[in-house]
Design a protein around this ligand. Sequence first.
Ligand code: FES
Length: 85
Amino acid sequence: SFLVTLSSDGRSFEVAPGRSIVDVLGENGVEIQVSCEQGICGTCVTRVISGVPDHRDLVLTDKQHADRMTPCCSRALTDELVLDL
Ligand code: FES
């Protein structure tokens, strides 16, 4: 599992294996717009403040992967991701 932290208020949430970032944030009142939930459409793209995502989308370029991710399907390579939320 890994932690997702909101840059706006510092709250952190644990994302367990098999859960998505979007699901965990949604059940804590942080809604991210989604459509495909498979990393194809780009609707959920969110900026990454710190941490290294485990990118599992097919929509962002390598360059875009430097500072953004798709929280519907991507995960983390670091213990924590701080997102611009
Ligand atoms: Fe389509 Fe995340 S909802 S890429």
